[in-house]
Structure formats: structure tokens, C-alpha cells
Design a binder for this molecule. Structure first.
Ligand code: CMC
Length: 431
């Protein structure tokens, strides 16, 4: 161990072990236990990874106590106000903000990959019309590995780059197609003269029978939603993508795994669940009843859109999202939106309630996003697909970082085994 290396001492059965302490550029120190099993014959136990750093990363930083979220060092509120989604994609992927020329080149590369292989249309048609768009997306994104054979070699940096461009460019097309399919309308091809957000809205809402003009302010709100969801360090779906990728699986399979994980209501599925909950509450006078249920240990009900593993002060994305909700509803002339009224009142009551205050439960990104998306015309089933397409750049950036790390190893946690120990097989007549 180097002379100035900070260490921690572990004492076990009379023997002491020196554990190196790693210092990050921000955040708490990290005990390096990589050699612990070999030296002391013990594992560490941390279900849910509440105290475990699973990797080294330079992409996103969260300070949960301060309510701070940084992409490559830049705070999310500044990016939401001054930047735009494709610039944020560039930043996450390559580490720096692009020059004008770099941005133009990146936009050109993304927009030249927006169409999907025509045969994938047939694949879509195999799904039931009433399939949830997330179910369709998991299948179609996984199936991309069967269509883009020239970007499956993860050891070739060029192929990794092409796969990244394809995923960022095609996910909006796939999400919009999943939506169109579910409502029985024809697929709308991407238009490269539109911005990333405009193109997505056009693919979702235009029909061949009449012209459709994307409202620029709505495109801006859409772009901001993409930006706010672009990355969030080692959350469940990102860790899933990393774990899948650690075995050498191809990028399309890894992103499909990430989409599957995101779907759950404790993660990306919370935006759909939250809006459904707000609708179910329906009016301000019913709020106390739901607050009571959320506090009852014997009731599985939780306030959706509330709480976060890392944020213990506020979720900075929720703050921007709340402002956006007001702007969008104003723009659309929706002044007495009952869901927004319930949301605002629920937030107020919960933030004053001893249970939520003592457990540091605050509104998260999913609390207000559904209200904006619903006002834009999206059904609740599209909320999580929109989260998935926004997060694709984060998954891809984290996947690339892992593949490019020479110390990368297959992810293989151990366990605290509490099952039966060795026993001989018993013949059926003797059981
Ligand atoms: N409503 C009521 N009680 C809650 C809630 C909630 N939304 N969230 C946490 N608690 C309670 C929980 O019962 C526990 O109480 P106790 O200590 O008495 O057992 C305590 O707070 C700690 O909760 P936890 O489940 O141990 O915390 P966690 O870090 O494992 O879970 C969470 C974080 C986000 C899964 C959880 O807060 C939750 O289920 N929230 C609702 C779903 C949601 O909005 N998810 C979106 C998260 S942000 C976007 C994303 O990740 O995709």
C-alpha cells in the first residue's frame, strides 16, 4: 500500500486487516474491499446496494443532502434552462460541452439514424394491439440485435459508436411506433428537418389525413423532460444495463434489459402510477384519506412520486418539472386542471406531515411529469416509454464507460446463504 494511502482497519477474530480508502472528486470516501474475501474469507452484506459503490464513474454526480444533480459537473437546473437535449447527450457521451461544429456534426449523425429497418415494422405487427408500449419496446429494442449486425462487436470502438448513435436516434421512433400501434393509427416516419423533440411529437401526433404543426413551446417542454431524465448515475436500470453489459452482451440487448428494469412502479413506472393515483384521489377533500393509507404499515399503498433512495432534501428535477407544468398548462389554456390541484395540495400536506418530514420524503421527478405529459395529449401508458427514450443516452454512456474501463470484470455478487446445507438425496418411497 502506498505511503500516503488512507486506510480503514477491520478487526475480525483477533486479526486486523487494512482496507484502502478511496477518495472521490465529490461525495463520501469509499472503502476498497476488493481483496477482503481473499484475505479474510468474509463477504460484505448489502442488499439493495444502499452502501455499496458498484463502479467508478465520471458521468453523473448526485448530492442527495443538497438536492444537487450534476451531469459531467454541470448542474441540472442550468442545463434545463440553457442547454437542449442533444447537447446534453453529447456532454454525457463525450464528457465536454460541444463546440458549434461538434454539435452540428453530432446532430447530423443522430438525424441520419432515425429510421428503423423496414422489416421491424412487421415485428411490431406481431404484438397485440392492446400491448403496453413498454412491452413492445422491450421486445423491439432487444430485437434490434437481429437487425444491426454491423454494430454488435463491443470490442470495436467504431461499432460501439454506431450502436450508440442508432439507439439514441431510433428510440423516439420506436416509442412513437409503439404508441401509434396501440391506438390503431399508421406509423409516422421520422422527419430529419425537425428537432429531436419536434420529430418525436410529430411521430406521435400527426396523421396522414391532415397537416400537423408542432407547437414550439410544447417541443421545448418535451425537450426539457428528455433533459431532466437523461441520466441519474447508478440507479436500478443503469445498474441493470451495466450488469448485462459486463458479460459482453451486445448493446441492444443491454438497453432492452434497462427498459425492462425501468418499467417497475418503484422506478420509471412511477410516473404512470403517480398520475393514476392523482386521478384516483380526484379531489382535494380526499387527500387526508390517502395520506393516512400511505402511513399505514399494513397497507401496501405508497404515495407515488414521493421519496427517493438518494435525495433526502429535494429532487432538483422535480423543482424544474413543477415550473414546467405551470408553463405548459398556461400555454394550453388549462387553468382549472383538477389533477394539478390535487398534486399541489397533496405536496403541501405531505411536506408538513410529520411522517413524510421525518422520513425525508419529497416529491421526485415523477410527481409532476405526468401532468405535463397528459396535458400534451399522451396517455398514461406512454409516460414510462418517454422516460426510457430519454434515459437511453445515460444507459449508453454508462455502458461505454464500463466497456472502456480496462479493470472491467463480469458483475457477480455473492450471497449470505441461509438455505439447507449438504444432505443426501432421499428416494421418493422414503419421503
Ligand atoms: N409513501 C409512503 N411511505 C414511503 C414512501 C412513499 N412514497 N417512500 C418511502 N416510504 C417509507 C417506507 O415505508 C419506509 O418506512 P419505514 O422506514 O418505516 O419502513 C421509509 O420511507 C424508507 O423507504 P424505503 O422503501 O426503505 O426507501 P428506498 O430508498 O428503498 O425506496 C423508493 C425509494 C423511491 C423506491 C420509495 O420512496 C418509493 O417506493 N416511492 C414511490 C415510488 C416512486 O415515486 N418511485 C420513483 C423514484 S424517482 C424516479 C426513478 O427512480 O425512476
Amino acid at each position: 500500500m502506498a505511503e500516503n494511502q488512507k486506510t480503514a482497519t477491520l478487526s475480525l477474530d483477533g486479526t486486523t486487516y487494512e482496507l484502502p480508502v478511496l477518495s472521490p472528486s465529490a461525495g463520501p470516501d469509499v472503502l476498497d474491499i476488493r481483496k477482503l474475501y481473499g484475505q479474510a474469507d468474509v463477504f460484505t452484506y448489502d442488499p439493495g446496494f444502499t452502501s455499496t459503490a458498484s463502479c467508478e464513474s465520471k458521468i453523473t454526480y448526485i448530492d442527495g443532502d443538497k438536492g444537487e444533480l450534476l451531469y459531467r459537473g454541470y448542474p441540472i437546473d442550468q442545463l434545463a434552462e440553457k442547454s437542449h437535449y442533444l447537447e446534453v447527450c453529447y456532454l454525457l457521451l463525450y464528457g465536454e460541452l460541444p463546440t458549434r461544429a461538434q454539435m452540428e456534426d453530432f446532430e447530423y449523425r443522430i438525424t441520419r439514424h432515425t429510421m428503423i429497418h423496414e422489416q421491424i415494422h412487421n415485428f411490431f405487427r406481431g404484438f397485440r394491439r392492446d400491448s403496453h408500449p413498454m412491452a413492445t419496446m422491450v421486445g423491439v429494442v432487444g430485437a434490434m440485435s437481429a437487425f444491426y449486425h454491423d454494430s454488435l462487436d463491443i470490442n470495436d470502438p467504431w461499432q460501439r459508436e454506431v450502436a450508440s448513435m442508432r439507439l439514441i436516434a431510433k428510440l423516439p421512433t420506436i416509442a412513437a411506433m409503439a404508441y401509434k400501434y396501440s391506438i390503431g393509427q399508421p406509423f409516422v416516419y421520422p422527419r430529419n428537418d425537425l428537432s429531436y423533440a419536434e420529430n418525436f411529437l410529430n411521430m406521435c401526433f400527426s396523421v396522414p389525413a391532415e397537416p400537423y404543426k408542432v407547437e414550439p413551446a410544447l417541443a421545448k417542454a418535451m425537450d426539457r423532460i428528455f433533459t431532466l431524465h437523461a441520466d441519474h448515475e447508478q440507479n436500478a436500470s443503469t445498474s441493470t444495463v451495466r450488469l448485462a453489459g459486463s458479460s459482453g452482451a451486445n448493446p441492444f440487448a443491454c438497453i432492452a434489459a434497462g427498459i425492462a428494469c425501468l418499467w417497475g412502479p418503484a422506478h420509471g413506472g412511477a410516473n404512470q402510477a403517480c398520475l393514476e393515483m392523482l386521478r384516483e384521489i380526484g379531489s382535494v377533500d380526499k387527500i387526508p384519506e390517502y395520506i393516512k393509507r400511505a402511513k399505514d404499515k399494513d397497507d401496501p399503498f405508497r404515495l407515488m412520486g414521493f421519496g427517493h433512495r438518494v435525495y433526502k432534501n429535494f429532487d432538483p428535477r422535480a423543482k424544474v418539472m413543477k415550473e414546467s407544468a405551470d408553463e405548459v398548462l398556461d400555454l394550453l389554456g388549462i387553468h382549472d386542471n383538477p389533477t394539478l390541484q390535487v398534486a399541489k395540495e397533496l405536496e403541501k400536506i405531505a411536506l408538513e406531515d410529520e411522517y413524510f418530514v421525518s422520513k425525508k420524503l419529497y416529491p421526485n421527478v415523477d410527481f409532476y411529469s405526468g401532468i405535463i405529459l397528459e396535458a400534451m395529449g399522451f396517455p398514461t401508458s406512454m409516460f414510462t416509454p418517454i422516460f426510457a427514450l430519454s434515459r437511453t443516452v445515460g444507459w449508453i454512456s454508462q455502458w461505454k464507460e464500463m466497456i472502456e474501463d480496462p479493470t472491467n470484470k463480469i458483475g457477480r455478487p455473492r450471497q449470505l446463504y441461509t438455505g439447507a446445507t449438504f444432505r443426501d438425496y432421499v428416494d421418493v418411497e422414503k419421503r
